[in-house]
Write a protein that binds this ligand. Sequence first.
Ligand SMILES: Cc1cc2nc3c(=O)[nH]c(=O)nc-3n(C[C@H](O)[C@H](O)[C@H](O)COP(=O)(O)OP(=O)(O)OC[C@H]3O[C@@H](n4cnc5c(N)ncnc54)[C@H](O)[C@@H]3O)c2cc1C
Length: 347
Amino acid sequence: MLVENDAPLAPLTTLRLGGPARRLVTAHTDDEVVAAVREADAAGEPLLVIGGGSNLVIGDAGFPGTVLRIATTGFALEGTALELAAGEVWAEAVAATVLEHGLAGIEFLAGVPGSAGATPVQNVGAYGQEVAQSITEVVAYDRRAGEVVTLTNAECGFSYRHSRFKADPERYVVLRVRFALEDADGLSTPVAYAETARHLGVEQGARVDVRAAWKAVLLLRAGKGMVLDAGDHDTWSAGSFFTNPVLTAAQYESFRTRPGAENAPAYPAPEGCTKTSAAWLIDRAGFGKGYGSGPATLSTKHTLALTNRGAATAEDLLALAREIRDGVREAFGVELVNEPVMVGVKL
Ligand SMILES: Cc1cc2nc3c(=O)[nH]c(=O)nc-3n(C[C@H](O)[C@H](O)[C@H](O)COP(=O)(O)OP(=O)(O)OC[C@H]3O[C@@H](n4cnc5c(N)ncnc54)[C@H](O)[C@@H]3O)c2cc1C
């Protein structure tokens, strides 16, 4: 276990923003993770768990407590049952299941940055697939009970970019995630997303070569600056900064009366709700790709990614985020909600 004091956090995040941690602990085994959490809890010390730092906006004042960086390793595949230690790099684990083993189930989540342990936190999803579809169990340290617990998929409370872990961030530290993958003789799960289907030249619902699916997703993502590349400021982001709004029937009705809204993308969501596109709203509210003239701007490849052009502070990024949120509210009456986790700051 490595312990550093007054340690910079910005280099540990993909936005490269934020002040230092009073104390930074790097844990390499589950026992070290549990010991570090217990120690912080016993001392009444604020605790922030980080993996790859790809979904975090840390304030310029930093974190006045212990930051626990999960650096555990472990990739175990038995048949189609996969267990990943929380610190495993997600994109590498996906690549191994697809390229080395030809398995389906997480192939459309290729190239998503960050750690395996964070995937259940916001039910990571992309291109019509989300981890809730393949996670069987999550092994976590329950800070309230003071013990390691195993949660079934149903107990994880998964929904769109949400889970029990996100709802109750002070309670669980994920140690291991178990998945049931699918051996479909080298084929993918059915292609669920229209853009991927178009790119692959098949109908939605078709199965394709799983390696081709993985490759297509990486290509599509790279074109949108959604694959990490240290040399490309368009990827100095936290991915999508806003979730796609899910509107109740009444909200959707009122939204549709706004000029231009009749052409907005609309997808059915649970409980009679309608999901629309945050990227579409941002663009139509006047914030196109590359919007902004300061050190924080929209990505030149995707309106949904707020980026650090190199010298931005967290406040610069938040000022841009607030301008966009307010502009969309004014144009369409829809309140955008941030997807990344805010540490010591608010939108
Ligand atoms: C370029 C880019 C593209 C992206 N594309 C997508 C996408 O397509 N789909 C998508 O869903 N997301 C996407 N993201 C967001 C991000 O990659 C995911 O949310 C990812 O799962 C975050 O993992 P992380 O390890 O970096 O988490 P961190 O940013 O380190 O942490 C995020 C949150 O999870 C908590 N956390 C982390 N590890 C643990 C743990 N072991 N136990 C408990 N809590 C933990 C943290 O406390 C924090 O609250 C993208 C981000 C970037 C930068």
